[in-house]
Design a protein around this ligand. Structure first.
Ligand code: ADP
Ligand code: MG
Length: 458
């Protein structure tokens, strides 16, 4: 099932490190391997090479007979997304999405399930990890242990056959640690997963079928262990949740994002929320790993903020009293891939000193959820602002705010390389009923008063 052959990994940089040296082992399907070893011995590096996160410098890793490092980027992303579940060492939930959105996300961006199926399965998995009641909580409203449970559910959304967990209980208290590890082991039994867990906890390591001890990038000990386990049958019963729970009403990813926007309300400068939780207690050995993540993050940040431009392109009168708003997304580079989840755009009109939402309808709903932006892509929406009592910062004109929320990634199936960007655009709109000659008495325009006037961010 899993075959690691002579893999090596060198980190170059100011200090060259041989993080893995000619390491080999095989693991049969449905087995549980635990990896132990002191900090810096290469455990995370090994897991990242197996999980498709960072490429080994030499040797081969075969998962189900496939060497994912030989696939092209798209095929690799797809393989990684479907075959492998990864529970990271640090909390890695998107803080602004609900638990259920976080769990469903890999299926939505990977296109492995329809929206409905993804959310039904996400709900089922949240039930299985004991969070059925809290599916719409945000990560910040959950305890550390509960957040791990969400991360575990997320790792399982695409029904992987291999589950990898890198110190999944680091920074949890002892009892919670025990609960989370029991959960992982029960899940492994119930689904007959092949499981690799890096852990510092000897009690847990003892419960694995195999124990691999690492030191300085090498396996110094590889022992088969005899362990008593819950029979798979029994484990399955633990997860026998009411199938009704899965018949969840359709909820779209947008909802989580909309709530975010509700909260951000008056945000002026486009803002980004970063994916990675920050762990203050990181050991020295993890710093390098974090640095690498930081680099990845700033690359994605640059992609989302600089390489992707988004703004209002045009507003025209539509049928009846409606307006057609065109928003563009433009890839400013010739060579970088930029993927976005279809943007969530909402409209507001200023009434007094507050904003009242105006429903927006996509003119031609995009068929694919994840779109590659090459050149310029136009999204059109129709809106019909309620004009009574609107605030006139410019005589006769309505003051309109459009908020645009986009998930941006360099990959079509992002894992950690995903950033949320929220923009606000402000425009003035001329009411359909406005009398041009009256407007021209108050303001000067070279010709007819325009349908819309863009405003710089404010
Ligand atoms: P473990 O998970 O067992 O603590 P790691 O795999 O994180 O070990 O690290 C193995 C070695 O590789 C350590 O010496 C560490 O400092 C180094 N290392 C890990 N990641 C990087 C990186 N991105 N750049 C440079 N060195 C790294
Ligand atoms: Mg580690």
């Amino acid at each position: 099932m899993l075959s690691v052959r002579n893999i090596g990994k060198q980190y170059s940089g100011e200090r060259k490190v041989d993080a893995l040296k000619e390491l080999s082992f095989d693991l049969d399907e449905g087995k549980f391997l635990s990896i132990v070893g002191r900090s810096g011995s290469g455990k995370s590096t090994l897991l990242a090479a197996i999980g498709g996160i960072s490429r080994p410098s030499s040797g081969e890793v075969l998962v189900n007979g496939v060497n994912q490092w030989l696939l092209n980027d798209n095929a690799h992303a797809d393989f990684r997304n479907r075959a492998i579940g990864y529970v990271f060492q640090f909390a890695s939930l998107l803080p602004t999405l609900r638990a259920i959105d976080n769990v469903a996300l890999p299926a939505l961006v990977g296109g492995t399930l329809s929206d409905k199926e993804a959310y039904a399965r996400a709900h089922l998995l949240l039930n299985q990890v004991g969070l059925g009641e809290r599916f719409d909580f945000f990560p910040g409203q959950l305890s550390g242990g509960e957040q791990r449970r969400v991360a575990i559910a997320r790792a399982l959304i695409n029904a992987p056959s291999l589950l990898l967990a890198d110190e999944p209980t680091a920074d949890l208290d002892e009892q919670t640690e025990e609960e989370i590890l029991n959960l992982i082991i029960d899940i492994q039994r119930a689904y007959n997963l092949t499981l690799v867990v890096v852990t510092h906890n000897p009690a847990i390591a003892k419960r694995a079928d195999r124990l691999l001890e690492m030191l300085d990038g090498q396996a110094i000990n590889d022992v088969a262990q005899c362990v008593e386990k819950t029979p798979a049958e029994q484990a399955r019963k633990l997860f026998d949740v009411d199938a009704e729970a899965a018949k969840l009403e359709h909820v779209s990813l947008g909802e989580g994002i909309e709530r975010l926007l509700g909260k951000l309300f008056m945000f002026v400068i486009p803002m980004i929320v970063l994916f990675w939780g920050i762990n203050y207690g990181v050991a020295f050995f993890e710093h390098k790993v974090l640095e690498a993540k930081e680099e990845e993050r700033s690359a994605v940040e640059e992609l989302a903020m600089r390489d992707l431009r988004a703004d209002v392109k045009d507003v025209t009168f539509g049928p009846g009293k409606s307006y057609i708003v065109s928003i563009y997304l433009r890839n400013m580079t010739d060579d970088k891939a930029i993927y976005v989840m279809s943007p969530t755009v909402r409209g507001f009109i200023q009434i007094g000193s507050s904003w009242q939402e105006v429903p927006l309808k996509a003119v031609a709903a995009s068929k694919t959820k994840v779109e590659k932006i090459t050149g310029e892509q136009i999204y059109q929406y129709s809106m019909e602002p309620e004009t009574a009592g609107y605030t006139q910062l410019l005589p006769y004109y309505m003051h309109i705010r459009l908020s645009n929320d986009i998930l941006v990634s360099p990959s079509s199936q992002p894992k950690t390389d995903l950033i949320e960007r929220s923009d606000n655009y402000y425009v003035y709109l001329k009411p359909h009923s406005a009398d041009d000659s009256l407007i021209l008495k108050k303001m000067k325009f070279p010709g007819k008063p325009p349908v819309w006037i863009p405003m710089p961010p404010h």
